[in-house]
Design a protein around this ligand. Structure first.
Ligand code: FAD
Length: 390
């Protein structure tokens, strides 16, 4: 187990500490020797494993629908992502996507939608995906053009979505499409689309540097019932942002898990690698590097668990979640790079844990709002509060 003194911080409660310890033990027993040569099969297996062990219950809301609590416990969500990421990046991905993919149903689903999807997501029987980005609408998501036209009691989807995690293995997609009630962000609605709906196809599987199931989806006259809409007409942007608001803090937690693992690997190597008549960690430059890594990790953890605690207390965390994601993902990149450096040639050897972490961390600085988008969110909030004070 990693250095766990942060679990004593006042942001966490006894049940969070117990959860983190139990999951760490479970990961050591179940994830230590998993091979991910076939990424689709591994991901499906991980979803089932996480579901049957009860961990996915923390990714959805509603005790009546198989959730661990009525509202998502952000601190539990973060501790789970951090712990899974420290052990196995794909396990973290499998867990996170069950939450992100079903988050809009947890937050905005009708009783019928919640009953149909959430209990099966919580046991790993249905795989979820969140389909917002498009080839011409990533950071500028309000520019999305995938169209949803009304035809009697049906909605007909035409267009594309890309970079969709779990694309190709998901059982359903929460899709955001333009319904045109107003221009820009106020003319978008959200829909649940089952993967086997005629007119929905996987146009392309996308390979990335840290392999995960990822795809471009194409909708061609894809007809779904109006009862598949999540939230009101024209409220899709709000649905997407509220969902991302919950999960953005958990991206910071995943980055923290990757960074902690990198520091553990660096410590193990630095204290055993013999050189210059001693070991690597005897050298003061090495100690400076280790000290910087630990300090960066604590800064990220403080931001992450402060935000999670505030959210669980019912406070608005738009600014804090953006800060947490920015500090934790950028910091983890620095920590992992420093670990690669400390390991020398081993650090860039395929299959070495720090080499995997080096590939794994990169996309966290891009998805769910790139670093520059987080900077804009923070600055806008800062200026808004300043204007109110003036
Ligand atoms: C591994 C992975 C998984 C993903 N999973 C999903 C998913 O499940 N569902 C989904 O809907 N999407 C998903 N995405 C898409 C992701 O959210 C987008 O990649 C992201 O929003 C950026 O969009 P883009 O790639 O089109 O980059 P662009 O929008 O073209 O942006 C390119 C770069 O421009 C910079 N930039 C952006 N805004 C500004 C600004 N205002 N000022 C200055 N610079 C700026 C940033 O550095 C950004 O990286 C995933 C992406 C990746 C890489």
């Amino acid at each position: 187990m990693s250095d766990v003194r942060y679990l004593d911080w006042p942001f966490l409660e006894p049940h969070h500490r117990a959860l983190a310890a139990m999951l760490d033990e479970w990961c050591t027993m179940h994830l230590a020797h998993t091979s991910h040569d076939d990424v689709d099969a591994s991901c499906r297996a991980l979803v089932r494993q996480l579901g049957s062990a009860g961990w996915l219950r923390h990714a959805i809301a509603g005790l009546a629908h198989g959730g661990a609590s009525d509202q998502i416990d952000t601190r539990a969500l973060c501790l789970i992502r951090e712990t899974l990421a420290r052990h196995d990046g794909l396990a973290d991905f499998a867990f996170a996507m069950q939450g992100l993919g079903s988050g809009a149903i947890s937050l905005h689903g009708t009783p019928a939608q919640r009953t149909a999807y959430l209990p099966r997501v919580a046991i790993g029987d249905l795989i979820a995906a969140f389909a917002l980005s498009e080839p011409d609408a990533g950071s500028d998501v309000a520019a999305l053009s995938c169209a949803a036209g009304m035809d009697g009691d049906s909605v007909v989807l035409n267009g594309e979505k890309t970079w969709i995690s779990n694309g190709g293995i998901a059982d359903f997609y929460v899709v955001f499409a333009r319904t045109g009630e107003a221009a820009g962000s106020r003319g978008i609605s959200a829909f649940i689309v089952d993967a086997d709906t005629p007119g929905l196809e996987i146009a392309e599987r996308i390979q990335v540097i840290a392999p995960h199931p990822l795809a471009r989806l194409r909708f061609t006259d894809c007809r779904i019932p109006i009862t598949a809409r999540l939230g009101g007409a024209g409220e899709g942007f709000k649905v997407a942002m509220r969902t991302l608001d919950v999960f953005r803090t958990s991206v910071a937690a995943a980055a923290l898990g990757f960074a902690r693992r990198a520091l553990d690997e660096a410590l193990a190597r630095a204290t055993t690698r013999r050189m210059f008549g001693g070991v690597l960690s005897d050298l003061q430059l090495t100690q400076a590097s280790l000290a910087q890594m630990a300090t960066t990790i604590d800064s990220a953890a403080l931001h992450t668990y402060r935000t999670a605690w505030m959210r669980d207390c019912g406070q608005n965390v738009t600014r804090e979640a953006a800060m947490a994601k920015l500090v934790a993902t950028e910091g983890a990149q620095e920590v992992i790079d420093a670990a690669v450096q400390l390991l020398g040639g081993l650090g860039v050897t395929s299959g070495n844990p720090v080499e995997q972490l080096y590939r794994e961390i990169r996309s966290l600085r891009i998805y769910e709002g790139a670093t520059e988008v987080q900077q804009l969110i923070i600055a806008r909030d800062l200026l808004r509060v300043y204007a109110e004070r003036a």
